[in-house]
Design a protein around this ligand. Structure first.
Ligand SMILES: *[C@@H]1O[C@H](CO)[C@@H](O)[C@H](O)[C@H]1NC(C)=O
Ligand SMILES: *[C@@H]1O[C@H](CO)[C@@H](O)[C@H](O)[C@H]1NC(C)=O
Length: 443
């Protein structure tokens, strides 16, 4: 009995992700129900007062114009899959209300803890070693809570198949899945996606980092683990591309066999299929090794400068019409990197986009870029700049603009996280989510 008690405490569930294993059974998919039994034996832990199974999904109506286009499985997330989900009370959170809101810990979710995210070069030798061993563990440990959708005809849900993935691979798959072309009026449209080219961009990536950070905290029992960032301002070349840090590469771009990620493979390489998902998940021979060629692309010979970051932060409007990659004088679009930050009108690759292109290889292939841990460090710095902007302009969820971009509406769920986080709710300062940033080189 004591042993069982310990087991139950240890296996409390993870905040969010995709898809909850318990909700991919034939029955769950057919009845569109995702209300798993918590360890007290009741759906959503209702007997223990953690949550309730709700007959309607806690999401808002479609934005104008979306109803007729509704074919894409992710639009109006997550209603295509589930219309009965757990609604958690208080500080409980998770698909079965078994976990806590970000920043809260303990079985009763009554302990608040704030982690400090540091620049990777600020970590002590030991902290750095620990970080790399945590990543190795996340890359090789099967996720107990989540499975991924790896194949299926986009038009027919009964052909969908789910499979296991490691914790790190679930993270990179979530990014990949958000970028698959949209099925709109019978056509596959790749000019729009749920994570980029719209106001959801900064919040979407904030949630991705929170997901991975929390997964690693739960996996290792280290509640103080914070994702490190890479402050690339003014770097002539990638100074952390050494084997003590993120890894050197050979002339072909493959990571040095002495680097921490030498044997990592991209989970969803061979991603260029319109109507299937991640076939390489079940055939590792199809996966390619990580590669990078920092500074080799003539279109991106340098990383953004200190001035580029300052210029980006001077745009006080979070986003502006048409809320797309063509938006001018928009903080979001300058940060995402479709604009020259200084004038806010010239279209050029800068900031976030420039860094992806600068690195080449895996990082420059957007759908699979999250496979390279550099993605996490890069996006953590983007999130730090976002955080600086939120504080400087005292932004709140009401700052988030109404818009018609699919999946980018203020009240839409950030797609495909599960359970739902509304896009606008990510416009809160990071302490609300249990982390803060260290000061580094004046930022
Ligand atoms: C939820 O989905 C099921 C299965 O498709 C359907 O029978 C039911 O009517 C739906 N409920 C609501 C409230 O939409
Ligand atoms: C930048 O650094 C990488 C990794 O150390 C190296 O392969 C590359 O040749 C360097 N590029 C330049 C232009 O110095």
């Amino acid at each position: 009995m004591i042993a069982l008690g310990v087991f139950l405490v240890l296996c409390y569930h993870l905040v969010q992700g995709q898809f909850p294993r318990d909700c991919t059974t034939d029955d769950a998919i057919q009845t569109k129900t995702c209300c798993p039994l918590w360890t007290d034996g009741s759906p959503c832990g209702s007997i223990s007062g953690r949550g309730k199974c709700r007959n309607k999904v806690a999401i808002t109506p479609f934005a104008a114009g979306q109803v007729i286009q509704y074919q894409d499985d992710r639009l109006g997330w997550p209603r295509y899959y589930y219309n009965k989900t757990c609604e958690c009370l208080g500080d409980y959170r998770g698909y079965d209300c078994g976990d806590c809101k970000y920043g809260y810990f303990g079985e009763k979710c009554d302990r608040k803890n704030t982690v400090v995210r540091k620049e990777i070069r600020e970590l002590s030798f030991l902290e750095r070693k620990r970080f790399f061993s945590y990543l190795a563990l996340a890359k090789t440990t099967k996720s107990q809570d989540f499975v991924i959708l790896y194949t299926g005809d986009r038009h027919h849900k009964d052909t969908y198949r789910f499979t296991d993935a490691s914790i790190y691979d679930v993270f990179s798959w979530i990014h990949y899945y958000s970028i698959k072309p949209l099925l709109i009026n019978g056509d596959f449209v790749s000019s729009r996606n749920y994570a980029h080219q719209g106001p959801a961009f900064p919040g979407w990536h904030r949630l991705g980092l929170l997901f991975l950070e929390r997964q690693i905290q739960l996996l290792t029992g280290d509640e103080n683990f914070g994702v490190p960032y890479y402050d690339w301002r003014g770097e002539k070349n990638c100074s952390i591309c050494t084997n003590d840090f993120l890894g050197d590469n050979d002339v072909e771009g493959f990571l040095s066999s002495y680097s921490h990620f030498a044997f990592w493979k991209s989970f969803c390489s061979g991603y260029n299929y319109i109507d299937v998902y991640c076939l390489s998940a079940v055939d590792p021979n199809e996966m390619e090794k990580l590669h990078r060629k920092p500074g080799a692309d003539p279109d991106a010979p340098k990383l953004p400068t200190f001035q580029d970051v300052e210029d980006t932060l001077k745009w006080g409007d979070f986003d502006r019409p048409p809320y797309y990659r063509t938006s001018k004088k928009s903080f979001r679009n300058a940060l995402e990197g479709f604009l020259r930050p200084s004038d806010g009108v010239t279209m050029e690759a800068n900031m976030h986009n420039l860094v992806h292109i600068f690195f080449g290889g895996t990082l420059s292939e957007v759908p699979i870029s999250a496979n390279d841990p550099m993605f996490m460090l890069h996006h953590c710095f983007i999130d730090k700049i976002f955080e600086e902007w939120l504080r400087r302009y005292q932004a709140t969820p009401d700052t988030y603009p109404a818009n018609e971009e699919p999946g980018h509406g203020p009240n839409e769920c950030s797609t495909p996280y599960f359970p739902c986080y509304r896009n606008k709710d990510l416009l809160r300062t990071s302490d609300v989510f249990g982390y803060i940033y260290s000061k580094y080189q004046g930022l």
